[in-house]
Design a protein around this ligand. Sequence first.
Ligand SMILES: Cc1cc2nc3c(=O)[nH]c(=O)nc-3n(C[C@H](O)[C@H](O)[C@H](O)COP(=O)(O)OP(=O)(O)OC[C@H]3O[C@@H](n4cnc5c(N)ncnc54)[C@H](O)[C@@H]3O)c2cc1C
Length: 354
Amino acid sequence: MATETKKALQGGEFLIRESDPQDIFIPEEFNEEQRMIAQSALEFLQQNVWTQLDRIDAMEEGLMPSLLDKAGELGLLGISVPEDLGGFGKDFVTTMLVTEVTGAGHSFSVAMAAHTGIGTLPILYYGNEEQRKKYIPKLATGECKASYCLTEPSAGSDANSGKTKAVLTDDGKHYIINGQKMWITNGGFADIFTVFAKIVDPKTGKEDDNLSAFIVEKDFGGITLNPEEKKMGIKGSSTRQVFFNDCKVPVENLLSERGNGFKIAVNILNIGRIKLAGAALGGAKAVVDQSVKYANERLQFGRPISSFGAIRQKLADQATYSYVLESATFRCSNDMEQAIEALEAAVRTTQRPC
Ligand SMILES: Cc1cc2nc3c(=O)[nH]c(=O)nc-3n(C[C@H](O)[C@H](O)[C@H](O)COP(=O)(O)OP(=O)(O)OC[C@H]3O[C@@H](n4cnc5c(N)ncnc54)[C@H](O)[C@@H]3O)c2cc1C
């Protein structure tokens, strides 16, 4: 069983501990339900995405949001969202399987991953009950599209050095956000932005050492966008600069606690990292399929090029690397599911492990 509770591994323990092969999750263990969900995701790509890659790459107005709407109708945006918030409440392995399948969706996979991952997870993981109830159901269905605004012109890897500021109004009811974010995926059509900014004391002008996080609705006003970036790849994915000019955010939209934003930012990116592996796996498998098909069809010297040793070696390397990536990704996914279950069990018994 994919989600059977076993002792959760600590950090890099898997590297040094003797492992029983029975304890290592392999893709052959996907259950019937997981396979059916993966099949629906594949059919979604076949019917809606692969048929119009040129239109997607040309960034046809409204196309990407409409694809996210369709994915939302199918439930693909709410796989990991709890059922009481409008999702399917599936485990992390299922989420990763869907991420793998949709990873073969070219630019669409970037929009979907940003929406379901860095767009939705800050509110899902760190929002209070009211915030979760207000925003998560709309994100799970795709009614609202989400983005994550951390990077700035001078703050990339050193994310905590961002210059975006939030100042509390005199009546204590709003934060006024000013600043510039860049390379924001889904920026062109997002309705909700998780924005990282440093709170500044209006009297002393002193800013916090650490970022805070805010849930910002586009309708709050004070948000402007630069044109789409012209990228070398994933051309259909929206990537914009987002400017906040006296953007007025209600105090109840502070996410978690003041100064907790950097922790939120990096924890969300940690989930993003393994999901990126899943998406890359889906892309890699699609490339293997295309390569084999082409090598079998293409004739040179009167034979399919797949009969030549050098081509066979390339195909074998592709298959081997994909297999290694698949094994590592799903072993790690199940380890994470077990860690999540252990954490939830500890929370239930109020013994927080960290
Ligand atoms: C297509 C795309 C979509 C994106 N979407 C989003 C988004 O939705 N939201 C968002 O907030 N951001 C987004 N980003 C920004 C992305 O998160 C940043 O690019 C990333 O944080 C790295 O920052 P940087 O590009 O400024 O690189 P830099 O920080 O300038 O790094 C440049 C190089 O220096 C290396 N380097 C930096 N520090 C060290 C060090 N201490 N030791 C050794 N090497 C180091 C880096 O590894 C890198 O190779 C996106 C970027 C792209 C390209």
